[in-house]
Design a protein around this ligand. Structure first.
Ligand code: GLC
Length: 737
């Protein structure tokens, strides 16, 4: 701390010699400002701090004396402050009490809402509805700004295929292209058309890069993959969000090709800026700069700070390495002041885009935060989002309810409000959420409830009371799963079974012989083959947000016909993980469940197939596909190819189908996945109604990373599949000359 105080004094003394304020003429404020800044003040803009009492989202010990450093102009950003008055106080110090009055930028993890909580991002991605996803982000932005925040650390674009990793809940599933589509929608929602508006905030593409590929699904673990795999499976999602205009990126904790992301010049400069054209700024993840010491690539904090600055990292989150060592690094010629100028300029330009120089206090007020959140239209959006996120995966005729059934609700997630919020919901008010029990009682009247067990422990007499209630009922809703804090960061699990106490409760209720509707509240896929087999219906409800109970009632009553489709594979067995639909063919592909013989890619003890596949989800009606056709099945490189398919509602009620189009490049210069999602369209059809849906497969959609790391399309034969999910059987072919 002494070192910091010394620094602050030096910074203040130096600054007084230079003099003058930000109010300049009409020259570009940033250039004029930069010319007036001392090296210490420039480094201050590159330092983000978490105030003591803030919502600490990382290892303690990173907390510096925030107010003192702000006053000395040695802090450019604050994250995770939960007290609105403190936020305003910090801004007043920065604007009124520092030499140049440069406003702070405030950041927080509003990743699926602020006060109005939406389903977690993985759940939301199962809506396959970019317009809805964008709307949820716009609501989050409006409410975050009402508090006084300028910046959200979202969207998380990490493609993940390992449900042991708790952060799968924060992403948009396993498919690179769909994850990109939905992440781009979130960027549009957060940033809007005018980033300087007091109701839009800065988006942050995270965690750059490939954080979702942590070995063994263990958070913060090593990520090791080929550049080809990275460019094919992980980069597209970040790129789509950057192309959508995101002006900040967060570097990830993990090493990438042997170098931690926060000190990885190839990632942060060569790829991110030079190749992708990103023109915002990069913030590290929490303490990730100095964690390069633990990684063993930096000898000490100063070495880590030098590596990060030279790699192109603009802002150090929390540990203070930049303000502590920055001046010495420049003095020793390890980092040039030209580099500091560039990094500082990029931060100041984004602050200018946010309108912070025009009015540092336009965001947030006590009145806005108290009276302009939970807007009726926001609550309605939350109900829509919860409904469209839930995925019906089994239904043996028990749903929708007729309204005459005696309904029992059993399980720890049944009356819980904390199960609705999900991870990363620091500004939520769980008491404002509609629990499953509340929503069902509102809709059906006499729904009776027994908790039966706690999340992980038996309850004295709980099973007996649950069995008694089940025997007095016609149908039992079993609300089981994992609590909200068993998802998100630092929440890896070596077992993704339903917890044992809940399985015992399930077994006891199943023993009564009453039909069970399993409601799975979770932030990740779980291994539920046995419970699914013994249930009459399965609805994955996820952690569904503030309107969870009303959305559930809408679905169970049939008022809303479920439309959710999985964006992540549910394994049959954990031993299959990592398992995902877009796997490679291999040289000895498995011929399928009926195969005999030995020498092909398989397990001796379980099938290759998952329990539920990507794209899967049921409706209360049925859909049939026919007449797939390609009007011009021979095209040239650079041309589009059109694919048409007819979909018919063959059931008795109206429903919305997400028509999915998959591509298989049969022969290419590198091995290609058996299928890749290249298009989807949601169509709502009345009973008996048909619609022909047309997709366009562009050269860009046919492109992929080749062995020389170039991305492009190649001539050859392609097979396209159109249908209900990633197992779609209806197919045809086209050729690119
Ligand atoms: C955390 C998370 C990151 C989050 C940041 C700020 O460690 O990894 O996703 O945005 O810190 O809370």
């Amino acid at each position: 701390m002494k070192k910091i105080q010394g620094l602050a004094a030096v910074a203040l003394a130096t600054a007084l010699l230079v003099g003058c304020t930000i109010q300049g003429g009409h020259e570009t404020k940033v250039e004029a400002l930069l010319a007036r800044m001392t090296l210490a003040e420039k480094l201050g803009q590159l330092q983000q701090l978490v105030p003591s009492g803030g919502n600490i989202t990382g290892p303690d010990g990173g907390v510096l004396d925030t107010e003192e450093l702000i006053r000395a102009g040695l802090c450019g950003s604050i994250l995770s402050e939960q007290d609105q008055e403190k936020l305003l106080h910090y801004q007043k110090i920065a604007v009124d009490s520092t030499r140049l009055g440069i406003p702070l930028i405030f950041g927080y993890d509003f990743i699926h809402g602020a006060r109005t909580t939406f389903p977690e991002n993985l759940a939301l991605s199962c809506s396959w509805n970019p317009e809805l996803v964008e709307r949820t982000a716009a609501v989050a932005a409006q409410e975050a700004a009402a508090f006084g925040y300028h910046w959200t650390f979202s969207p998380m674009c990490d493609v993940a295929i390992d449900p042991r990793w708790g952060r799968v809940s924060e992403g948009s599933g396993e498919d690179p292209w769909l994850s990109g589509q939905l992440s781009a929608a979130m960027v549009r929602g957060y940033q809007g058309k005018d980033l300087s508006s007091p109701e839009t905030i800065l988006a942050c593409v995270k965690h750059f890069a490939a954080y979702g590929a942590a070995e063994a699904g263990r958070d913060y673990n090593t990520v090791d993959m080929s550049e080809l795999m990275f460019r094919d499976r992980h980069l597209p999602s970040y790129k789509a969000a950057i192309d959508a205009g995101a002006l900040s990126v967060m570097s990830s904790f993990n090493d990438f090709m042997g170098v931690p992301a926060s000190g990885n010049k190839w990632l942060l400069t060569d790829l991110l800026r030079d190749e992708l054209g990103f023109n915002g700024f990069v913030v590290s993840d929490y303490n990730a700069v100095t964690e390069m010491c633990a990684h063993g690539v930096a000898a000490d904090w100063k070495d880590a700070a030098g590596k990060a600055l030279n790699a192109g990292l603009n802002m150090d989150m929390v540990d203070g390495a930049f303000v502590i060592h920055g001046e010495q690094l420049v003095k020793e010629g390890i980092v040039s002041e030209k580099t500091i100028d560039r990094l500082c300029r990029e931060v100041l330009l984004v602050k200018q885009e946010l309108g912070l120089f025009d009015d540092p206090f336009q965001y947030g007020s006590k009145d806005k935060w108290e009276n302009d959140v939970y807007r009726p239209e926001s609550i309605q959006t939350a109900r829509e989002a919860a409904r469209e996120s839930m995925v019906l995966l089994k239904n043996e005729g028990v749903l929708p309810f007729k309204g005459t059934e005696r309904i029992a609700l059993i399980g720890p997630a049944g009356a819980s409000k904390s199960y609705t919020t999900g991870a990363w919901s620091g500004m939520a008010e769980p008491e404002k959420a509609v629990s499953f029990l509340e929503g069902l009682q509102e809709r059906f009247g006499s729904v009776r409830y027994e908790q039966g067990s706690s999340d992980f422990e038996a309850i004295e007499g709980g099973i007996q009371r649950a069995q008694k209630l089940a025997r007095q009922s016609d149908v039992v809703l079993m609300a089981l799963g994992l609590p909200s804090d068993y998802g998100g960061e630092a929440a890896s699990l070596a077992s993704i079974d339903i917890p044992e106490a809940q399985r015992e409760l399930f077994d006891a209720v199943a023993a009564t012989g009453k039909p069970i509707v399993l409601l799975l509240s979770t932030g990740r896929p779980m291994t539920i083959a046995e419970e699914t087999e013994r249930s009459a219906a399965l609805l994955v409800t996820w952690h569904a947000g503030i309107q969870a109970g009303n959305a559930l009632a809408d679905i169970l009553s049939g008022d809303f016909n479920p439309t959710g489709r999985l964006t992540i594979t549910f394994p049959y067995s954990l031993g299959q993980v990592p398992i995902h639909y877009n796997h490679k063919v291999t040289g000895r592909p498995n011929p399928g469940p009926q195969a005999t013989g030995r020498y092909f890619s398989r397990y001796m003890d379980v099938p290759n197939e998952p329990l539920f596949t990507f794209g899967e989800g049921l409706s209360y009606t049925t859909f049939a596909y026919s007449e797939i056709e390609i009007p011009e099945p021979e095209i040239r490189m650079g041309e589009d190819v059109k694919v048409r398919v007819k979909v018919t509602n063959t059931g008795s009620v109206a429903g919305t189908e997400t028509v999915q189009l998959y591509l298989h490049d049969l022969v290419a210069s590198t091995t290609r996945p058996v299928r890749e999602l290249k298009g989807f369209e949601r169509v709502t059809l009345s009973p008996g109604e048909s619609r022909t849906v047309e997709f366009t497969i562009t050269p860009e959609l046919r492109s992929f990373c080749r062995a020389d790391m170039s991305t492009g399309e190649e001539p050859g034969d392609f097979e396209v599949f159109a249908g209900h999910d990633s197992r779609a059987a209806l197919s045809t072919r086209f050729t690119v000359r």
